[in-house]
Design a protein. Structure first.
Length: 376
């Protein structure tokens, strides 16, 4: 049994244009044009590093294919799907919603290719041809809501994967464990009142979106209790994230008894990351992936599908991705991490009391979860 891997060269060609970090370039107001922070560069370097390290050869390739309109409509509105297509057909593209989600020419086709590839990866994992899988995609998805793109995200790949697993593959309980360093607001909103999809997000408090992802957001209606947020303070690092995994994520998974675990994972928690202020190291990602695969072995025949989200440091994010993939494959620590020497202090930094307090508060929400899912 192998780990599946899905990517496509076109994902690196999704054109986010010029910007300064994420600010739209505007020479008239002092914003000098530069490459957009969410360009193809970092993820292309990640792909190349998977190749150079030999990890690519250890995985079974799953080809991308475009998502059908009907698949997109399980999560997104018809008006939104049409709006993305129209904007992306323009010679200079457009924006998917919030002014921070640029679409280049052809980005609709590329986003649909990413979503469809993720769905086929889920199918391959669920059919037991593959143990687990990793999708390296652009554009990312976890901020996208039903009727709008947000924060560089166009179609919500993780949410589409969850609905595909339920509707197409007959899996009843899906757990989404969002490990991007920004809040998984899209998945949370889409499944807020749905007890069949448990949504847990560990992220930097108040980062993006700045007004969501708080511990008080726990679901609604029959979905009450099936949303858990761990909004970590600025500067939380390896010890805090692993503590959150052990105190919140793993116990919640054990109670929920998922049939599939979907992991939107951003590699933007690294200590050199430009768009967040967490302090993870490469080994943090390796260990988080390892914990998830072991939990999946116990709970759901190993079924974990991880989908790339953010990650904007072109040098560190690719190594964080490599660490995560090593954890998925089960090759823990076999590759030397060239950053280990200069990040040793971050790796060893203890969790601070105000960080532990947040995680302990989230852990007290876990007993509200049960595996009792109403008949769908
Ligand atoms: Zn992010």
């Amino acid at each position: 049994m192998a780990t599946g891997f899905m990517t496509d060269t076109l994902f690196f060609w999704h054109d986010t244009g010029t910007a300064a970090l994420m600010l739209p370039a505007d020479p008239l107001h002092g914003v000098e044009p530069d490459a957009h922070v969410e360009s193809g560069r970092t993820k292309r370097r990640g792909f190349e590093l998977l190749d150079v390290t030999g990890l690519l050869d250890m995985m079974t390739r799953v080809r991308a294919r475009p998502a059908w309109i009907g698949e997109l409509l399980r999560v997104h509105t018809d008006a939104y799907v049409q709006r993305v297509a129209q904007a992306s057909a323009q010679p200079r593209g457009g924006d998917a919603g919030d002014g921070f989600t640029p679409l280049g020419r052809g980005s609709d086709e590329i986003a649909r290719l990413a979503a469809g590839g993720v769905l086929d990866l889920v199918t391959a994992v669920a059919s037991e041809n593959l143990t687990n899988g990793f999708a390296l995609v652009r554009p990312p998805g976890h901020h996208a809501v039903a009727d709008a793109g947000m924060g560089f995200c166009v179609f919500n790949n993780a949410a589409l994967a969850a609905r595909h697993a339920q509707i197409q593959l007959g899996l009843r309980r899906v757990a989404i464990v969002d490990l991007d360093t920004h809040h998984g607001n899209g998945g949370q909103q889409l499944f807020y009142d749905d007890p069949t999809v448990m949504h847990i997000s560990i992220h930097e408090a108040g980062s993006f979106p700045p007004d969501s992802g708080w511990i008080e957001e726990t679901g609604a209606g029959t979905g009450e209790g099936y949303t858990i947020n761990v909004p970590l303070p600025l500067g939380s690092g390896h010890a805090a994230w692993l503590y959150a995994m052990n105190q919140v994520v793993l116990p919640a998974l054990k109670r929920f008894q998922p049939d599939l675990i979907i992991v939107p994972v951003g590699f933007d928690g690294g200590c050199f990351e430009p768009l967040a202020r967490q302090a993870l190291v490469v080994d943090s990602y390796r260990q988080m992936a390892s914990l998830l695969t072991k939990a999946a072995d116990r709970l759901c025949d190993g079924r974990v599908v991880a989908i790339s989200e953010g990650g904007y440091n072109p040098e560190m994010a690719p190594w964080c991705m490599v660490g995560f993939v090593e954890g998925l494959i089960g090759r823990n620590g076999n590759l030397s991490d060239p950053l280990a020497g200069i990040t040793a202090g971050y790796a060893a930094a203890p969790m601070l009391p105000h960080q532990q307090d947040v995680i302990d508060r989230a852990a007290r929400l876990v007993p509200r979860i049960t595996a009792t899912v109403p008949a769908g």
